[in-house]
Ligand binder design. Structure first.
Ligand code: HEM
Ligand code: HEM
Length: 172
């Protein structure tokens, strides 16, 4: 959909937030299991070992940082907007890109929220959803990254560059 004041690209803030979140999300995704010993101990009502508490804190605070940055990012998106998909892209691909971006937003909000509901409120079902999402996120992020590289190297569009250089510096 084209909005009246569609920007020519992403702002510096949007780019910084995109890559910061992309880096931060990797940590809980890769060392996700490290929170489990402390979570199990708390669920059983026993005291976790100091190392397990440390590992859990890294997971929790990095995850909560993602939530804060995702909220900021969404607010910037509402204010600044996002550039249109390349005009030569087919309607189907545009829809796939929009759906992928929606899913990525769902993950950067949904992961910390479901994790927090399990951790702070002991909602085991939320912990299950939180864990089941892991492979789905890996597939969606993989497709998203592959699509960005395909746009850059094969389609020779500006899609990857506009997530690297702020709009004002490459506006036409
Ligand atoms: C970007 C954010 C996050 C990501 C990508 C993430 C990812 C993961 C992964 C991959 C696992 C282990 C899945 C497995 O290997 O079986 C996990 C477990 C867990 N995470 Fe997170 N996490 C995030 C944020 C959080 C936050 C903010 C909290 C708490 C405030 C949290 C609490 C938990 C808990 C309690 C478990 C264990 C669940 C269970 O065993 O049922 N996570 N997380
Ligand atoms: C790892 C977690 C990642 C998340 C959560 C994520 C999320 C997103 C989201 C939601 C958008 C839509 C634009 C917006 O509304 O801000 C976007 C755009 C973009 N992402 Fe990612 N991304 C990730 C990783 C990557 C990686 C690894 C690459 C490149 C290899 C990449 C390249 C891009 C590009 C080029 C765009 C612009 C697409 C366009 O303008 O149509 N992203 N990303």
């Amino acid at each position: 959909m084209t909005v009246a004041n569609e920007p020519t690209g992403y702002s510096g803030t949007q780019i910084l937030l995109h890559w910061t979140i992309a880096v931060l999300i990797v940590l809980p995704l890769v060392i996700g299991e490290d929170i489990k010993p402390a979570y199990r101990a708390f669920s059983r009502g026993t005291e976790p070992a100091a190392d397990d508490i440390f590992n859990a804190n890294v997971h929790v605070y990095v995850g909560l940082a993602v939530l804060v940055l995702a909220t900021w990012r969404f607010a910037v998106r509402l204010r600044h907007g996002v550039p249109a998909a390349p005009s030569e892209e087919s309607a189907v691909l545009k829809r796939i890109a929009a759906a992928t971006h929606f899913l990525l937003y769902l993950f950067i909000f949904g992961m910390p929220i479901t994790g927090a509901l399990a951790w702070y409120f002991g909602l085991a079902a939320m912990g299950e959803i939180h864990q089941l999402a892991k492979p789905v996120i890996i597939v969606v992020v993989g497709l998203h990254a592959a699509a960005a590289l395909w746009q850059h190297f094969y389609m020779k569009s500006d899609v990857l560059m506009r997530m690297l250089r702020p709009a004002s510096r490459h506006a036409r």
